[in-house]
Ligand binder design. Sequence first.
Ligand code: CA
Length: 228
Amino acid sequence: MSVPDLDAVRVLLVEDDPELVRMLTGLLSDEGYLVESASDGQRGLHLGLVHSYDIVLLDRGLPAVDGVDLLGRLRSRGVTTPVLILSARGSPADRVEGLDAGAEDYLVKPFDIDELLARLRALRRRHLDTARSLPVGARRLDLDSRQVLPASGTSADPVRLSERECALLATLAGRPSRVFSRAELLAQVFPDAESEVVVDTYVHYLRRKLGRDTVATVRGRGYQLGRP
Ligand code: CA
């Protein structure tokens, strides 16, 4: 059985210039990144919504769906993956528009490769720092202590989770707008288990500890973070 490289940083590259795609894919792969690419905005949007990446490298001028539009749609659907816009348009107004749409960073073409790599490392570091806790409704899941912390201003006690409860809740809370099938959750959270029943069991544990509404059942599709 091949063991996935959990430390590899997954990059979604949305770019319609095939030469640049080839160049960046080769370069980033050499640096240890796992790169997937899309050559138009529609495909990029689809991949960004369905898969989870650590960083999105986004061209602005794209066929089908423009880069800034794509970014707005990702953000409105709850995808918080850091986005670095690559664009030939580098005026202050262009940059402001990209950053206001939800990009973390903006690099003007033609760019220096070493600068791109440095900015990718910085984005990754920043993301790891903030990714240690996730919102669960008004509460927060702290991944280091495996505790669900009460909403600020309330006097409830933190709730401690087991390792697997925490992993399941973190998976759901990491993509709050997404419905996960039981098979997906089995593969991601319980890779050693064989039956999807274990997913149902742990959903039951989470609901018992945190309240029935914490995890929503989506009939015929699977589970999603609840919206109490
Ligand atoms: Ca382009």
